[in-house]
Ligand binder design. Structure first.
Ligand SMILES: Nc1ncnc2c1ncn2[C@@H]1O[C@H](COP(=O)(O)OP(=O)(O)O)[C@@H](O)[C@H]1O
Ligand SMILES: [Mg+2]
Length: 271
């Protein structure tokens, strides 16, 4: 399998006296959907920023698409990487939603009519088509996130990094974005996604889950394996997904449930 991301013995800290990562190692392969989870302050956003070279690492090596991330390669690498930050307010620059979604395409000199087509397509995909001529500043947090997602997807990245990019959406909105990324993955089997998220439904559909704790990889496996480590997850004060907690309780009561049918389970219990 082709390696898309390789983080090898990375050391990094914002200040001299406090390291965020002492010796971080992880790999992500082409076509994988990897969810990164962990307690607040564990270094998830920092990792996302390091992957696009926003901060310089102290030692170690980061390789993206087989190119070492350094001053020479950084602009080349960024062409293939789309990142959606935690706070959508940081991404707005245009006078209208249309301008915002088009921003990256304009920088890439995409012809005007083609650009219109792409912008409309992704605006529709994130349910923001009717807002195309509106001012981004007046949108709600969730709507801003939708616009940021559309703008990044419009660039057709090979590696998509999402940092809690659906945190302001309601469950339905989260599901819509999940469906959208799934659709894109079906169209493009090589699309690699790294998603930092608290959305349990999303984590459960990932190919792999990496649990970061205090700057270290604590667990790294398929979701069903990771979530079996209930005690470990509880020790790092990670919010164990509601449904798993529920499952635990039910299991202790001797009640057997379909472990993947959460919505059904919740409905059943609420009746
Ligand atoms: N710009 C910054 N300057 C100094 N310290 C920072 C900065 N951003 C984050 N940190 C610190 O780095 C650590 C990791 O933060 P972060 O990567 O944002 O964690 P997470 O995204 O997992 O919540 C925290 O201790 C945080 O306070
Ligand atoms: Mg963060």
């Amino acid at each position: 399998m082709e390696k898309v991301v390789e983080v090898s013995h990375v050391q990094f800290g914002y200040t001299k006296d406090k390291l965020v990562f002492n010796d971080l190692n992880l790999e992500v392969y082409a076509g994988e959907y990897v969810c990164l989870i962990g307690h607040n302050g564990s270094g998830k956003s920092t990792l996302a920023k390091l992957l696009i070279g926003l901060n310089e690492i102290k030692s170690g090596k980061i390789t993206i698409f087989n190119k070492e991330l350094n001053e020479q390669n950084i602009y080349d690498i960024r062409k293939d990487v789309g990142i959606i930050f935690q706070n959508p307010d940081n991404q707005f620059i245009g006078a209208t939603v249309r301008d915002d979604i088009a921003f990256g395409l304009e920088n890439n000199c995409v012809p005007h009519d083609k650009m219109e087509e792409i912008v409309t397509y992704f605006a529709r995909k994130v349910n923001m088509e009717e807002f195309l001529d509106k001012e981004p500043g007046n949108l709600s947090g969730g709507q801003k996130q939708r616009v940021a997602i559309a703008g990044t997807l419009a660039m057709n990245p090979k590696l998509l990094i999402m940092d809690e990019s659906t945190s302001m959406l309601d469950p339905k909105g989260k599901r819509e974005i999940r469906e959208l990324t799934n659709e894109l993955r079906k169209e493009n089997k090589d699309l690699t996604i790294i998603s930092i998220t608290h959305d349990i439904e999303e984590v459960l559909q990932a190919d792999r889950v990496i649990v970061i704790n205090q700057g270290e990889v604590l667990l790294n496996d398929k979701p069903e394996v990771v979530f079996k480590n209930v005690e470990t997850l509880r020790n790092i004060k990670l919010d164990i997904p509601f449904s798993y907690k529920l499952n635990e309780v039910l299991n202790s009561l001797g009640i057997k449930v379909e472990s993947n049918d959460f919505e059904g389970l919740v409905k059943e219990l609420c009746q």
